[in-house]
Design a protein around this ligand. Structure first.
Ligand SMILES: NC(=O)c1ccc[n+]([C@@H]2O[C@H](COP(=O)([O-])OP(=O)(O)OC[C@H]3O[C@@H](n4cnc5c(N)ncnc54)[C@H](O)[C@@H]3O)[C@@H](O)[C@H]2O)c1
Length: 352
């Protein structure tokens, strides 16, 4: 049966091979109660770091962090990062945490990230990645801390066939006024903020572009869910599996263990400073294939039904991973079938 601790050990064993450790570091993780953020907190705590988890629970869950709440190295800060917050001093107008005087690393991961939320909460998404990135960079700059930003493959928009697989040097083909622009353009602006802080303040800033990641703790449901958890839940309940369009659009799905290893390598490796790096899987899978695989692995009686393809839905997603290999010594290792099995097991266990 699936056990999350085995996945945490797998990440730690891989990082240990290159002597990557966060022991005794004080790390602020914005969005720490979310899917990726809570995995990052888990690994950091397991290594003996002091974790300051900042979140407003807009798309995160208290249950993602409840196992850490008794850990003396963990502190939760309820705050919306699009508003300023000060550490180590009292600010007359803004939220202040004067007793935390030193921060080594700021990881800015706070942002709702599912296409359903692009429609329902576009302003909050824009603010988290623009004002939020500005505020998080300010904290890092004030504390001389390393900064990390979780950007996205969505900055590439809907690339033409000749730009797939997509290298980091591709500038993107993005609709600035489309239904996804609140996310795509806000992330592009977040990246620009980082380059500005490097130019003006010489900050130690790192950024990666994450491709679709899935795994235990990913949120499901109509308002927050993404394709993998939604298909799994539909399959476990023998409900129709809803595929948008003909399902021939592809994604490259990365299992959480691979993604978190990539993130924690990127933060630790000095040569990654100021270099944007794709972290994802380079094996393309069509959405239809994904639905069929999930039906097979769950032994479900679900039928596949098709719905209208949303506007600006990218037709292909596949990263070039040469930089990740060269700079981070990273490549994805877990095959889709294995990752799905672990995720399905976790969903079964948590439904029980
Ligand atoms: N999961 C993926 O496939 C994927 C792909 C590309 C990029 N990313 C990026 O990785 C990061 C984490 O994504 P995730 O999949 O864990 O999403 P998630 O929704 O599970 O987590 C985001 C967390 O940020 C919190 N949050 C949102 N806005 C906030 C704000 N203004 N102030 C404080 N907290 C706020 C939410 O409550 C949630 O806990 C995001 O920046 C996202 O854009 C994720």
């Amino acid at each position: 049966m699936y056990n999350i601790d085995d996945d945490i050990s797998e990440i730690n064993n891989r990082l240990k091979k290159d002597n990557i450790s966060y022991k005794n570091k004080t790390i602020l993780v914005t969005g720490g109660a979310g899917f990726l953020g809570s995995w990052v907190c888990d690994v950091l705590l397991s290594q003996g770091a002091n974790v300051l988890c900042l979140d407003d629970f807009s798309s995160g869950l208290r249950e993602n962090i409840q196992d850490f709440e008794d850990n003396p190295n963990f502190r939760f800060i309820m705050h919306d990062i699009s508003l300023p917050i000060y550490f180590g001093k009292i600010h007359p107008h803004y939220a202040s945490i004067p007793e935390i005087t030193s921060i080594d690393i700021v990881m800015h991961m706070a942002s709702r990230a599912s296409p359903f939320e692009f429609r329902n909460s576009p302003i909050s998404i824009l603010k988290s990645n623009t004002f939020g990135t500005f505020n998080a960079l300010g904290i890092a700059n004030n504390h001389n801390a390393t900064f990390f930003y979780s950007s996205t493959s969505e900055v590439y928009g809907n690339p033409p066939p000749e730009a797939v697989p997509t290298p980091e040097t591709y500038y993107g083909y993005v609709n600035p006024i489309g239904p996804r622009s609140c996310y795509d353009e806000a992330k592009r602006c977040g990246e620009a903020y980082i380059m500005a802080y490097i130019l003006e303040y010489n900050i130690d800033a790192h950024l990666i572009r994450i491709f679709n990641t899935y795994g235990p703790k990913i949120r499901s449901g109509n308002l927050f869910g993404r394709v993998v958890p939604n298909f799994i839940i539909q399959a476990l309940h023998d409900e129709d599996i809803t595929v948008f369009g003909d399902g021939k659009q592809t994604r490259s799905f990365t299992y959480i263990v691979d993604e978190i290893e990539g993130i924690l390598r990127d933060v630790a490796i000095p040569n990654a400073r100021g270099v944007v790096i794709n972290i994802g899987n380079n094996i393309e899978t069509s959405v239809l294939e994904l639905a069929k695989k999930i039906i097979e692995l769950t032994g479900s009686n679900s039928k596949i039904v098709h719905k209208k393809l949303p506007k600006d839905d990218p037709s292909r997603r596949k990263p070039v991973l040469k930089r990740a290999k060269k700079i981070l010594n990273w490549e994805p290792k877990i095959k889709l079938k294995e990752g799905l099995k672990r995720t399905i097991d976790w969903f079964k266990k948590s439904e029980n």
